[in-house]
Design a protein around this ligand. Structure first.
Ligand code: FAD
Length: 447
């Protein structure tokens, strides 16, 4: 008997930021959703994450409750506490040594991009997660469920997920939001495929937060309370306000020419001393800021899918989204934003699947597989471009030329490129994306 109820049960593997936002979007569209997370509880650090205008627009369309969650979690515009401007602007400045003889703290201004009023908002990751988890009933969240395999037969039986504790679950479809080391991705591309192998970007990041008062005492009010990215050879450092402006999120990036040992964790605790050594010849203001960081701070070796992108994000009734599909280095600050765009696309398409089923236009298997194909066609080019572009941005930030006075002008001439690339991310026509993806889906279903 064909199921004309239009009801759908979707399993989401991974309860990170993208998994939870995806789940909110499905729940909002009356799709039953269960999140399977390998950890004992949801975890995120107390460091910052920022959402660009496109990501914020998508959040509102996914579920207006997400916009509220941002506000409740203490999200602030990246320039909200800077009295000199209403809009959120990102600023790139010299972090190294273009000093004026009479002012050793002088930092040359390079570039500003304007995201509009509240265009970019920063929030502490743990505060965001706390708000997101409140959106779901307890029974929708399953912890200590590490996915090991998925069985998706080419007919209308349910998809079977198997976890490492030996238990199984069933669903009509599976969305893998299981991050850069995604098991779902591995199952989509097949065992032994090099596609989807993460590689080291040769950059380490050190994210942390300090009290805003401390940041102000070092950087001055104007600089501390608005996003600034300090550039120099082989490293850069950025900061912006979070937690209703009471804290300053600081992220230090350092290039590392060495390989990352295979057996070494990619996320560990590092030492301020390691950073100080790299930055010892930088502008005194930057050195003072680094001095103010905690002695121990998280260190993330940055990996991405730049070298081995995957050829498709879907197989049958299984697909991947967020970092599982397109893990990027963080130099555009848009990796999660890209996952949020994925979530809007998928939530809308799955809502259309419900309609297709109620109208008896296709089998559940066909409708879901067709929707995931439309998702892949819509999302893969843009999100894989981000992975490329982010590598390029890092090269521009960390040019060797910043360390050679005869090359400063040359280095500066490259920065306009950042404006163009940023524009492509921020001014994305996400409504157009949704319309095109749905049109593609409907056309395919009717064929
Ligand atoms: P993850 O956060 O990795 O979540 C994956 C989840 O899946 C985890 O909870 C994990 O435990 C679970 N999981 C994994 N395997 C399994 C399994 N087999 N079974 C069950 N569960 C599993 N992006 C922005 O948009 N703005 C920013 O300002 C920004 N800043 C950044 C700064 C830094 C320093 C870095 C490194 C990244 C930054 N990003 C930013 C990128 C952003 O952090 C990521 O894109 C985002 O967190 C990815 O979320 P996700 O949910 O896809 O994956």
């Amino acid at each position: 008997m064909p199921d004309n109820s239009g009801s759908l049960n979707v399993a989401i593997v991974g309860g990170g930021i993208v998994g939870l936002i995806m789940a909110a979007g499905l729940q909002r569209r009356n799709i039953n959703v269960t999140i399977y997370e390998q950890a004992r509880a949801f975890r995120e650090l107390g460091t910052g994450i920022a959402f660009n205008p496109a990501a914020q627009g998508c959040l509102e369309m996914i579920d207006p409750g997400l916009t509220v969650a941002l506000q409740k979690g203490g999200a602030v515009g990246l320039s909200a506490f800077n009295d000199e401007e209403m809009n959120d602007c990102l600023r790139w400045i010299d972090g190294y040594n273009q000093r004026q003889p009479d002012d050793p703290d002088y930092q040359k201004f390079y570039l500003k991009t304007d995201a509009g009023y509240r265009g970019i908002q920063g929030i502490r990751r743990d505060h965001l997660l706390e708000q997101l988890t409140k959106l779901f009933p307890e029974e929708a969240l399953k912890f200590k469920k590490r996915l090991v395999s998925i069985e998706d037969n080419d007919h209308d039986d349910q998809v079977i997920l198997t976890f490492d504790d030996g238990t199984t679950a069933t669903a009509d479809a599976v969305i893998g939001c299981d991050g850069i080391k995604s098991k779902t991705r591995e199952l989509i591309v097949g065992p032994g495929s090099i596609a989807g192998t993460p590689t080291y970007t040769h950059v380490n990041s050190y994210p942390t937060v300090i009290a805003m008062d401390k940041a102000v005492s070092i950087l001055g009010e104007t600089k501390a309370k608005a996003f600034h990215n300090h550039l120099g050879p082989n490293a850069n450092l950025l900061h912006y306000p979070v937690a209703n402006g009471t804290m300053c999120n600081v992220t230090v990036f350092i290039r590392n020419p060495d390989e990352w040992p295979e057996d070494k964790p990619t996320s560990l605790m590092g030492h301020k001393a390691d950073i100080l050594d790299h930055y010892k010849n930088w502008n005194p203001v930057v050195c003072k800021l680094i001095d103010a960081l905690p002695d121990q701070l998280p260190t993330w070796a940055v990996f991405d899918l730049w070298e081995y992108p995957i050829p498709y994000y879907n197989k049958g009734r299984v697909c991947v989204a967020g970092d599982a599909a397109h893990a990027s280095s963080p130099h555009h600050g848009a990796g999660a934003g890209m996952g949020i765009e994925d979530a809007l696309c998928l939530a809308t398409l799955l809502s259309e699947v419900g309609l297709t089923l109620r109208q008896g236009q296709a089998s559940k298997f066909n409708a879901l597989a067709t929707a995931f194909k439309a998702y892949d066609a819509s999302r893969r080019p843009r999100s894989q471009w981000l992975v490329n572009s982010s590598r390029r941005i890092c090269d521009l930030h960390q040019q060797e030329e910043w360390g050679d006075a005869t090359k400063w002008i040359k280095a500066e001439t490259t920065l306009e490129e950042i404006r163009d690339r940023t524009d492509r991310i921020w001014n994305f026509d996400y409504r157009g994306m949704v319309q095109d993806a749905v049109a593609d889906y409907v056309r395919s279903i009717r064929q």
